[in-house]
Design a protein around this ligand. Structure first.
Ligand SMILES: Cc1cc2nc3c(=O)[nH]c(=O)nc-3n(C[C@H](O)[C@H](O)[C@H](O)COP(=O)(O)OP(=O)(O)OC[C@H]3O[C@@H](n4cnc5c(N)ncnc54)[C@H](O)[C@@H]3O)c2cc1C
Length: 237
């Protein structure tokens, strides 16, 4: 029997309740990118790729991908370069302050499959990919994993902070820099999409994850369609 067209096909998923976390540590991991380590009042379940919705000012909520969840310690990576309420929140937040947030949220996540994996990010779009990479490292994933990470300048690259935890992965990382005049061997001078286009990927046979700038994500979607990719997962912000 068909449903009347005005009835939702699935029940809306309720937002998780607001939690009162406490800021335990903060560090600038690259220019204008801050890692906030928040202690949750209770453990939560989370799938790598999901995000938290943070109360950054009265009536203002911002979504931040969960970069790491270790017991009750949740790490967010926040780009303060936009000069908005989120950046202001980070600037004024001190260790010991309370932070209201809802988590976990979102459908972006790592798929179980034996296919090769390609990860593509710009800026803090790397945040949701980090726990995915960590999951693969913890599973002793033996296939090579490719990562294309785009930043404007080298001083915005926070990947080195998180690489030691991923050392068991066969990770081939390419840093793509759009505003540097010269690049070293493992780097690419240009847009991440250009590096990906020139990489000779097995588009139909790979799982491809792209997160970050919405224009980059749209460009990757176009490239993926042109190359008959079948397993593309994206989060644009
Ligand atoms: C699912 C999801 C996950 C996200 N995860 C993260 C994360 O892990 N880390 C993180 O830093 N952000 C993340 N974001 C983006 C975040 O929620 C904010 O939108 C962003 O940080 C800007 O917030 P703001 O308060 O600093 O600036 P706003 O007050 O929102 O905007 C200030 C100014 O900056 C401009 N602006 C905002 N965003 C952009 C942009 N992407 N490019 C160019 N100009 C922009 C606005 O148009 C405005 O003029 C995520 C968003 C979503 C939807």
């Amino acid at each position: 029997m068909s449903k009347p067209s005005d009835m939702p096909l699935t029940d809306p998923v309720p937002e998780p309740p607001a939690l009162r976390a406490v800021l335990r540590r903060r560090a600038e991991v690259a220019r204008e990118v801050w890692a906030l380590v928040l202690e949750l009042p209770e453990p939560i379940d989370f799938a790598p790729g999901q995000f938290a919705r943070v109360d950054v000012a009265p009536g203002e909520w911002r979504d931040y991908s969960i970069a790491r969840l270790d017991g009750r310690e949740l790490t967010l990576l926040i780009d303060t370069a936009f000069g908005g309420a989120g950046g202001e929140f980070v600037a004024t937040l001190a260790v010991g302050d309370a932070v209201s947030l809802r988590a976990p949220l979102g459908e972006f996540r790592l798929m179980e499959s034996p296919r090769p994996k390609v990860f593509i990010a710009t800026g803090t779009g790397l945040a949701p990919l980090l726990p995915m990479l960590q999951q693969l490292a913890d599973q002793r994933h033996s296939l090579p994993v490719r990562l294309f990470f785009g930043c404007a300048t080298r001083d915005r690259n926070f990947l080195p902070v998180y690489l030691p935890a991923l050392r068991s992965l066969k990770l081939h990382a390419r840093l793509c820099l759009t505003r540097e005049s010269s690049c070293q061997a493992a780097e690419f001078c240009g847009r991440v999409t250009q590096a990906v286009a020139e990489a000779g990927l097995d588009w139909p046979g790979s799982d491809i994850y792209a997160a970050g700038n919405p224009q980059m994500v749209a460009d990757i979607q176009t490239l993926a369609a042109r190359h008959q990719a079948r397993h593309l997962y994206t989060e644009g912000y």
